[in-house]
Write a protein that binds this ligand. Structure first.
Ligand code: GLC
Length: 583
């Protein structure tokens, strides 16, 4: 304990010594986060005293990890050439592996990790994500999302672990420890997001209005943040939603009074995308935002606006000092002053078999068996198998949003294996593939039909929202894939690829076996290992499974809206080979 207190004291002394030298412009610069393209030129890093750079949708920093590191080294050298030589933080949305880098190990999205219920596995996955993020030049990830999704219509259900506050808190704690270096590897700053109420908006609208009362927020939504803070989380990201009409970014009572004072959070409160111009300019600074994602043309307005605010007294200088103190503290804490540059030796660790093996374990343990009758599963090596649907042989479609691109990809990507490839590995026969569900195959014992949702991210995935591209049931085409085989009397195993529970009651009834596979990521062959019984099912539903679209009349999903509505399967449900009916 004494060493930790000394370390804290030493850290605070370093921060105060540096703060004492800083001009107002240098302080505001530290609060500025920009993209490595469009928002700035490399020289701006120096002239505008930038504190952080992010990579997100848009031009890649380079063709390979060496070039990514070289780009960030160039920007870091600009920062280190300023008067006070304060190093940059490099942030990235590595939300299920370093998913912006093609070739990285891609884990199941958090909903799948929620189905594993395995904190040790979550911690290992986070530690690997930290290594592969550092290998590509980053020292800060905007993960984990610790939302409590209360409506399956929300387009970001899969980014969170579960509808269960307790399970989410447990896995949030593990994720932060893994990302920030508990496994002995040098960590990265983790970010608990989005504070608070992102998954609890009325009707599941991304960035909508959350009308939960304070008691419900404290009881249902806050514990994962408390767990993340207990694990030492370095940053917390504010949310797009409003709380009873007040933008969360401008909500001083929640950000300052609750998070910073009552919960004693001493890390960085970072804004979300372009928040300065979207949520009240200097109001967000006075509410407690410390670092601003000043992207898309916001940078000069942000820097000038805050400078004016301090000079005319509408922003207390102490508020700026609090923000900069928090930023510098994390930079000292993660040894950026000693090690500002990426470690080239980590590049060889991107996507290595040991990492993929952990991801494959996560895939296996995430699968939830909802039905298994007529000895459909486990698949037998001597069975004649046909695999159906485009999702079966497409690693992009099995990985969801935030994979290679912001909205994901519909192509196979480097280093990934597909579900079909996995099935072929274990079958003693030639496995037939019916990508369009034409069922022009004869003489098969079992059909494995892979159906689900194409990739989406953020509001693109809202059901009934402004885009309204998705639905609570399977598409007609996917329903037809299943019908075609069941109508032929062929034993049918359905594997559902989705970012959330869907209303699939008819499909579950008509199939012999039904597996919720969520969004497995790059190791699609992990699905086959369980389908063939090499490993038993371990996954349990992280969300209750809805019965009917009629159950979605309320502002939340059935489980949160009306206790009288029975789910088809409750939270925590999941069969295995012992429990499933082998009749
Ligand atoms: C997005 C998301 C947030 C992400 C950020 C940076 O709008 O809401 O989760 O970390 O912008 O890409």
């Amino acid at each position: 304990m004494l060493s930790r207190k000394l370390a804290e004291k030493d850290l605070e002394e370093k921060v105060e010594a540096l703060m004492a030298q800083m001009t107002l412009e240098e302080k505001i610069g530290q609060m500025s986060q920009v993209r490595h393209f469009d928002d700035i030129s490399p020289e701006d890093i120096k002239t505008k005293f930038i504190g952080s750079v992010i990579h997100t949708q848009g031009p890649l920093p380079g063709k390979n990890a060496e070039e990514w590191q070289a780009k960030f080294i160039e920007l870091q050298k600009q920062a280190l050439s300023t008067r006070l030589r304060i190093p940059l933080l490099f942030g990235v949305d590595a939300v299920h592996g370093q998913n912006t880098y093609e070739g990285a190990t891609i884990f199941p999205h958090n909903i799948g990790l929620g189905a594993t219920g395995n904190p040790e596995l979550v911690e290992k996955a986070a530690a690997i994500t930290a290594i592969e993020s550092k290998a590509t030049g980053f020292n800060w990830v905007f993960s984990p999302c610790v939302a409590i999704p209360m409506n399956e219509k929300w387009g970001r259900v899969y980014e969170a672990f579960s509808e269960s506050t307790e399970l989410t808190a447990k896995l949030a704690h593990a994720s932060v420890l893994g990302h920030q270096g508990s496994k002995g590897n040098p960590g990265v700053l983790a970010t608990a997001k989005h504070f608070i109420g992102d998954g609890a908006t009325d009707f599941g609208v991304e960035g909508g209005n959350t009308t939960l009362n304070q008691e419900e927020i404290l009881e249902r939504l806050l514990p994962p943040y408390q767990a993340a803070i207990e694990a030492g989380v370095a940053s917390i990201m504010a949310s797009f939603n409003t709380l009873d009409g007040i933008p969360m970014h401008a909500h001083k009572a929640m950000i300052t009074d609750l998070l910073k004072v009552k919960l004693d959070f001493d890390g960085i409160v970072v804004s979300d995308w372009k928040a300065y111009s979207r949520f009240g300019q200097n109001d967000i600074i006075n509410a407690g935002i410390d670092m601003v994602m000043a992207v898309d043309g916001d940078l000069d307005a942000f820097q000038e606006g805050v400078r004016t605010g301090v000079l005319d007294g509408t922003i207390p200088e102490e508020r700026i000092n609090d923000a900069v103190r928090r930023i510098l503290k994390q930079k000292f804490r993660f040894a950026l002053f000693e090690n500002p540059f990426p470690d080239k030796s980590l590049i060889s660790k991107i996507g290595i078999p040991e990492h993929r093996s952990v991801a494959r374990q996560a895939v296996r343990e995430s699968l939830v068996l909802l039905k298994n009758e007529n000895q459909a599963l486990p698949l037998k090596k001597d069975s004649k198998i046909v695999v159906v649907g485009p999702f079966a042989d497409n690693s992009g479609l099995q990985s969801g949003g935030w994979t290679v691109n912001w909205q994901g990809t519909k192509e196979n990507y480097q280093g990934a294996t597909t579900i079909l490839e996995g099935i072929k590995k274990f079958s003693n026969h030639e496995v037939k593939f019916d990508p369009d569900g034409q069922a022009e195959v004869e003489d098969v014992d079992v059909a494995v039909v892979v159906v689900g949702e194409e990739p989406y991210a953020e509001f693109f995935g809202d059901i009934g929202g402004e885009m309204n591209l998705f639905q609570l049931t399977l598409s007609e085409t996917h329903q037809q894939y299943i019908n075609t085989y069941t109508e032929k009397g062929i034993k049918t195993v359905v594997v559902l690829i989705s970012g959330r529970p869907l209303v699939t009651t008819p499909q579950i009834e008509q199939s012999d076996a039904f597996v919720a596979a969520w969004l497995p990521g790059s190791e699609g062959d992990g699905v086959a290992e369980v389908l063939f019984g090499l490993f038993d099912f371990k996954g349990k539903l992280p969300h209750s499974w809805p019965k009917s679209v009629e159950d979605f009349k309320g502002k939340f999903g059935p489980n949160f809206w009306d206790d009288s509505i029975e789910p088809l399967f409750p939270f925590g449900y999941g069969l295995n080979y012992q429990k499933s009916k082998s009749t």
